[in-house]
Design a protein around this ligand. Structure first.
Ligand code: F6R
Length: 616
């Protein structure tokens, strides 16, 4: 996820671009850049790895000639690490054309080899530079930037917002969008483009929404929007109802609220480009088939929420690869004498890629001869750099300290890994693999449904429970790590005692905790999976209810067996049992956030915690 801004008008654009980027920085902050067409009609560009402040300082010490047409970008790396060269804008047509991009162009490798064949030289590892070169090639033919966009967009697969300007046309910025956001800001004698209204809300609250697969051209005098074939389209106008101070959170009350709302997108973006004709093929693992076919053990290491994603992943890895899997907390692994071999694959999971416990465990595993693979959300972070292979999650930047959207992206990535390794080893039946892929592709829509149908009710429930002093969470099988995650989120956000248990463990001790009024969340497995397991969890509910517990069940739509036993039932859409964790966790994230908000706590920065734990 990246932030994009474009400006045309009478004012000097650099300050407008930098101010817009600072409000878009929540969308990505590993590098930034701007391009400006100056008063003499020349195109100037500056881009730097690091936070926006690095670019700002650079421009302050050696300014670009100012001009009144410009584009700016703040990046969260996907293709190519966060370096100066990979930062946007990217140039083409002898540096007269500048392009910025948000999204992932899935077929960029194939397009790049076509361009390399024509003698085009590339200066970065990005997919964006490929789009820039293609727009440049088309522009040279016609001298028409909009026509060049029209010719190129139909060849791009994946998700993208692209903005471009050319020094032959001061006062014009052209944009296009597919599966990625872009809005227009309407000013007086000036116009804006932005990834969201945060880019320009300081200057205007009048906005136009650009639809899917549309191209827009802005000039100081007006705005023209067409579809990809060039036919004019009607655009929907709206008034922005919030002001610049709320802008950096995109209008949400907290980063966490925003990030929970992005859980569908986090899953969809992590899948993107990794499924080809129903088969999972992770391009980053090309060349590893021989090793993956020969592994005899997988060890997953991580901390906190990432470790719970690993615990969920164990079920999928064992089912689809038939390789034994252990999951271990990184700090525990680090100080023992583990049995590892060159046939062991150690998978680390980390949102930040900087967690010291996980990093040290990865180094330790390597020093003991194992191969390491990093599942990480932050391009260019230390853990992926220290690993033999990397599978990035594409959840976008996670700003709130407590991890939410990264968790669902981590589970998605480990499922993709399991299906990839299972295919390479011939361990997963191709029909089963296709069914799993279909289920996975349906998850974003199902999470969106949970948010749509249950969020308000769960927030209300959290409000009623604001004085609760202790909450228990039960789950079984893939639902067990979800119970642990529900408890962890509640502890860290709402500062109340919370414990997660394997439901089967209840009778071995924890049932003694049940007293009248004790709230217990129960993640109920689908009766369509193992009927036996479903029956057992329903009996658990009956047992605790008989002792006075207040039961809140998370159960699939249509599961009537839970109704007589539970006080509240939160519904999730039907999914194959392996995919339920991705849905069942959503109500628990909403609940923890809602309860913390009801207590008036800061959900983005809970006490005593840091986003990235860079000490052991
Ligand atoms: C909990 C949470 C932490 C992190 C853990 C690992 O909400 O955010 O438990 O999951 O500190 O962090 P990463 O994934 O950055 O290695």
């Amino acid at each position: 996820m990246c932030g994009i801004i474009g400006y045309v008008g009478p004012r000097q654009s650099q300050d407008i671009l930098l101010a817009g980027l600072s409000r878009l920085e929540y969308r990505g902050y590993d590098s930034a850049g701007i391009a400006v067409i100056d008063g003499d009609g020349g195109l100037g560009m500056r881009k730097r790895a690091g936070k926006l402040a690095v670019l700002r300082d650079d421009l302050a010490s050696t300014p670009l000639a100012d001009g009144t047409t410009g584009i700016g970008h703040t990046r969260w790396a996907t293709h190519g690490g966060p370096t100066d060269a990979n930062a946007h804008p990217h140039l083409a047509d002898d540096d007269k054309l500048a392009v910025i991009h948000n999204g992932i162009i899935e077929n960029f490798a194939e397009l790049k080899s076509e361009l390399v064949g024509e003698g085009v030289a590339f200066h970065s590892e990005t997919d964006t530079e490929v789009a820039a070169a293609m727009i440049g090639r088309e522009y040279v033919r016609t001298g028409d930037l909009v026509a060049a966009f029209r010719a190129v967009v139909s060849r791009l697969e994946g998700a993208y917002t692209l903005l471009a300007m050319h020094e032959d046309h001061p006062g014009l910025v052209v944009g296009a969008r597919r599966n990625s956001p872009l809005v227009i800001g309407l000013g007086e004698g000036e116009n804006f483009l932005g990834s969201d209204v945060a880019a320009f809300v300081e200057h205007t609250r009048k906005a136009l929404a650009i639809g899917q697969d549309e191209i827009v051209a802005i000039t100081p005098e007006g705005v023209e929007v067409t579809d990809f074939s060039g036919a004019p389209v009607e655009v929907e106008a709206f008034e922005v109802t919030w002001d610049a101070s709320a802008a950096e959170k995109g209008g949400w009350s907290s980063f966490m609220a925003k990030e929970v709302s992005e859980e569908p997108e986090a899953v969809a973006n992590t899948i993107r480009g990794r499924i080809h004709e129903g088969r999972v093929e992770i391009p980053e693992l090309d060349g590893m088939d021989a090793f993956l076919a020969d592994i005899d053990r997988i060890l997953v290491i991580a901390c906190g929420t990432a470790a719970y994603a690993g615990m969920v992943g164990k079920y999928a890895l064992e089912t689809w690869t038939r390789v034994p899997v252990d999951v271990e907390l990184a700090h525990e692994f680090r100080y023992r004498d583990p049995v590892l071999s060159p046939r062991t694959l150690v998978v680390s999971i980390s949102q930040s890629g900087e967690t010291m416990d996980t990093l040290m465990a990865v180094k330790y595993a390597r020093s003991r001869g194992a191969k390491t693979l990093s599942i990480c959300n932050t391009q260019g972070a230390t853990i992926p750099r220290e690993s033999d292979a990397i599978v990035y999650t594409h959840a976008g930047p996670e700003v709130a300290v407590a991890s939410t959207k990264a968790f669902v992206a981590q589970i998605t990535a480990i499922y993709l890994l399991a299906l990839h390794v299972g295919r390479v080893r011939g361990a997963v039946d191709p029909v089963v693999a296709v069914e799993a892929v279909t289920e996975l592709e349906a998850v974003p829509g199902k999470i969106a449904r949970v948010l749509e149908t249950e969020q308000a009710r769960i927030e209300q429930l959290a409000h009623w429970m604001a004085d609760t002093r202790s909450v228990l969470f039960l789950g079984r099988n893939v639902g067990y790590p979800i119970a642990l995650e529900g408890a962890l989120k509640l502890k860290e956000l709402a500062y109340i005692h919370a414990e997660g248990f394997a439901a089967g463990e209840l009778k071995h001790g924890p049932i003694a905790l049940i007293e009248p009024g004790q709230p217990v969340f129960v993640v109920v497995p689908s009766p369509r999976g193992s009927a036996e397991m479903h029956k057992k969890v329903v009996s658990n509910i009956e047992e605790i209810r008989a002792r006075g517990a207040r039961v809140i069940a998370i159960a699939e739509e249509g599961d009537a067996a839970v109704l007589p036993a539970a006080d509240e039932v939160l519904r999730i859409p039907l999914a194959a049992p392996m995919f339920e964790p991705l849905l069942a966790v959503v109500p628990l994230h909403i609940f923890a956030m809602g309860l913390a908000e009801a207590k008036g706590l800061d959900v983005d920065q809970p006490r005593n915690l840091a986003k990235s734990v860079t000490v052991e």
